[in-house]
Design a protein around this ligand. Structure first.
Ligand SMILES: NC(=O)c1ccc[n+]([C@@H]2O[C@H](COP(=O)([O-])OP(=O)(O)OC[C@H]3O[C@@H](n4cnc5c(N)ncnc54)[C@H](OP(=O)(O)O)[C@@H]3O)[C@@H](O)[C@H]2O)c1
Length: 241
């Protein structure tokens, strides 16, 4: 990690694309050092002296604890925040989803976030400060057809974040859940629908980055429990893959 100065580090999972990549760019512009985690960073095309990344398959739960131990051993500066953002969507009626897909969604969107958070918690508690953010979804707030497993993963993240907030407050660690509606990202590339093209039909990833910046800059005695964002209009467009 290339950071001899007094910078603070923000760790962002799912940093190679979409919301995560927008977060990385905004955080670098604000002067943070950023450590990104994703499968593959080639597509991000991002090079910055304060940005480092590790290619880790978060859905490989057997190797994840060791991967996190190695990652933590490399960190040599205060950690301002852990942003659990990586996630995938597999949509369809329940009987259309394979058990493999069900496991992949739950492993990626839920269990990996629990394991990553568990790995970082002792460091954050020892520091006596730090933020843990989760990228929830409007799907964490309301179930919708063809989203049963995705909603299950996000509802669970919401419950986890609420319990964790309660557990962490006295240690100085804050926990925040961000619940976006449709955000215009590559998330929809493998899905049969996407937000319609008009700008008011989707949130931009930079809007999520602004919300995260606000959370990180807030007074340490205040916690943003949850932030929900929606596009002004909700118009979806079907597409063929
Ligand atoms: N887009 C939306 O409308 C929307 C709305 C609400 C919430 N969200 C949530 O926002 C988060 C980010 O989504 P996005 O829209 O930015 O989608 P995206 O552009 O597809 O980005 C997803 C990110 O997660 C990473 N990722 C996925 N599986 C991974 C794994 N097994 N190991 C490591 N990294 C993995 C991807 O890295 P690789 O490509 O390298 O695998 C990528 O960096 C997700 O949690 C999603 O559920 C999205």
């Amino acid at each position: 990690m290339n950071n001899p100065s007094s910078k603070k580090l923000v760790v962002v999972t799912g940093a190679s694309s979409g919301i995560g990549l927008a977060l990385v760019k905004a955080l670098l512009a604000e002067g943070y050092a950023v450590l990104g985690v994703a499968n593959n960073f080639e597509k991000a095309g991002l090079s910055h002296p304060d940005f480092s990344f590790r290619s880790i398959n978060l859905a490989d739960l057997d190797t994840l604890p060791d991967a996190m131990s190695r990652l933590l051993a490399e960190i040599d500066m205060p950690v301002k925040a852990l942003i659990n953002n990586a996630g995938i969507g597999r949509m369809g009626f329940l009987e259309q989803l394979s058990v493999k897909d069900i496991r992949l969604v739950l492993d990626t969107n839920l269990t990996s976030q629990i394991i990553v958070t568990k790995a970082f918690l002792p460091l954050l508690k020892k520091q006596g400060e730090g933020d843990i953010l989760f990228m929830g979804s409007e799907a964490a707030l309301k179930g919708a057809r063809q989203g049963s497993i995705y909603c299950a993963s996000k509802f669970a993240v919401r419950g986890f974040s609420q319990a964790l907030r309660d557990e962490c407050g006295k240690s100085g660690v804050r926990v925040t859940l961000i619940n976006p509606g449709a955000v215009r990202t590559p998330f929809f590339e493998k899905l049969q629908f996407e937000p319609d093209l008009a700008p008011e039909n989707a949130i931009e990833p930079e809007d999520i980055a602004s919300a995260v910046s606000m959370v990180l800059a807030s007074r340490s005695g205040t916690v943003f429990d949850e932030i929900s964002l929606s596009p002004r209009n909700q118009v979806w467009k079907k597409k063929s893959l």
